[in-house]
Design a protein around this ligand. Structure first.
Ligand code: ATP
Ligand code: LTN
Length: 339
């Protein structure tokens, strides 16, 4: 069952409103979302149901949910072209997630590296079962819309494999129902590393001060974070898989993801230059990305009612599709239709 608007294949993706969005979220996800929106029928949601897999303060969650939606628009998502909505506004996500949870083998869930990483940071008694079941909810998000493509950073590739496997299992057991989605990773920036610890993925939930540049960071602060990034004791500026050189590689990757230049052009541009020059160049292009985004963000937030009206239109459009798919899946699974 292919999803089409005109003849455009469909795209779906989401970001958790679990903190301040980072340049990792921007380069791994948002930037691709903006780039594909004219060529695909795009659905972008703020995945608040995913955010509660770790404890959230209610007032803060509400605030971050609006803030995240506004950042999508400020980054260049055009709500006239793309559908922007909040996951919890559409109950079908939770309903299909439960059906999929019941079919998801524990063995598959236990193998998810995101679950292993996040659960290792908490005691068994404090980990909610939602953290383990997280991928079934993500599968529901994607399958409800018959998405063909899912633009994400590469940390999500395993969840995409899981989604395909689960969709295949459902189709096999109950008949062709879901489209099998493919993952879409950016060429550069699929995994931006922490500035203070370049062997760990940059994450919005990491508390240390110089770990991440946030999209709404004050520009001077963003610059300072880049200038303080961990490097190494070598001198040569080149891309490298060497763990010891991960800091410089990360700075070069951020530069490449923002400028779109080839690795060869970047390396020759930095020949005979020092790490200070590299950091200044990266800081300039990071600030150059943040500045217009923040200006649009402030405008949007000052326009009373605008964001809420975008989310309402998005909800209506998304709900129509999601409810149809849910009904079909329920019928296939054997639920009695309500009269
Ligand atoms: P959290 O720390 O709360 O788990 P996160 O910062 O890892 O969150 P998510 O909301 O889980 O962010 O991810 C949203 C999108 O951003 C996903 O597509 C994910 O792959 C991408 N993403 C997140 N961090 C990075 C990163 N460091 N580099 C590239 N892409 C990233
Ligand atoms: N699990 C994703 C966020 C997410 C998502 C989705 C991404 C939830 N549902 C559907 C793509 C499609 C993450 O980045 N942690």
């Amino acid at each position: 069952m292919a999803a089409e608007n005109g003849n455009k294949p469909r795209v779906l993706s989401g970001i958790q409103p679990s903190g301040n969005l980072t340049i990792g979220n921007y380069l791994g996800a948002l930037k691709q979302w903006v780039a594909v929106q004219h060529d695909y029928d795009c659905f972008y949601c703020v995945v608040d149901l995913h955010a509660i897999t770790v404890a959230q303060d209610p007032a803060e969650l509400r605030r971050k949910t609006r803030e995240s939606a506004a950042i999508y628009l400020a980054a260049g998502i055009d709500p006239e072209i793309s559908t922007v909505f909040v996951q919890s506004h559409i109950p079908a996500h939770s309903e299909l997630a439960w059906m999929l949870t019941c079919m998801a083998p524990l063995g598959w869930l236990n193998r998810m590296t995101q679950f292993k990483d996040k659960s290792a940071k908490q005691s068994q008694e404090s980990i909610g079962a939602g953290l383990l079941n997280y991928p079934s909810l993500m599968a529901a998000d994607i399958l409800l819309y018959h998405a063909d493509l899912v633009p994400v950073g590469d940390d999500q590739n395993q969840h995409l494999e899981f989604t395909r496997d689960l969709a295949q299992r459902f189709n096999h057991l109950y008949g062709e129902t879901f489209t099998l989605p493919s993952v879409m990773n950016p060429q550069a920036g699929a995994r931006v590393m922490g500035l203070d610890n370049p062997t760990a993925k940059m994450s919005k939930s990491e508390a240390s001060e110089n770990h991440a540049v946030f999209l709404l960071d004050d520009l001077a602060r963003a610059r300072k974070k880049v200038m303080r990034a961990v490097t190494d004791s070598h001198r040569e500026i080149r891309f490298s898989d060497d763990r010891e050189r991960a800091g410089v590689n990360n700075l070069l990757t951020i530069y490449q993801a923002i400028t779109g230049e080839t690795q060869e052009a970047i390396e020759s541009g930095f020949a005979n230059k020092g790490y200070g020059d590299l950091k200044r160049a990266v800081a300039d292009c990071v600030v150059g990305t943040l500045e217009p985004l923040q200006a649009r963000y402030n405008e949007l937030m000052n326009e009373a009612g605008y964001l809420d009206s975008v989310l309402k239109i998005g909800r209506e459009k998304a709900a129509d599709i999601a409810n149809d798919t849910l009904k079909l899946a329920q019928a296939r699974m054997g639920f009695l239709a309500s009269s």
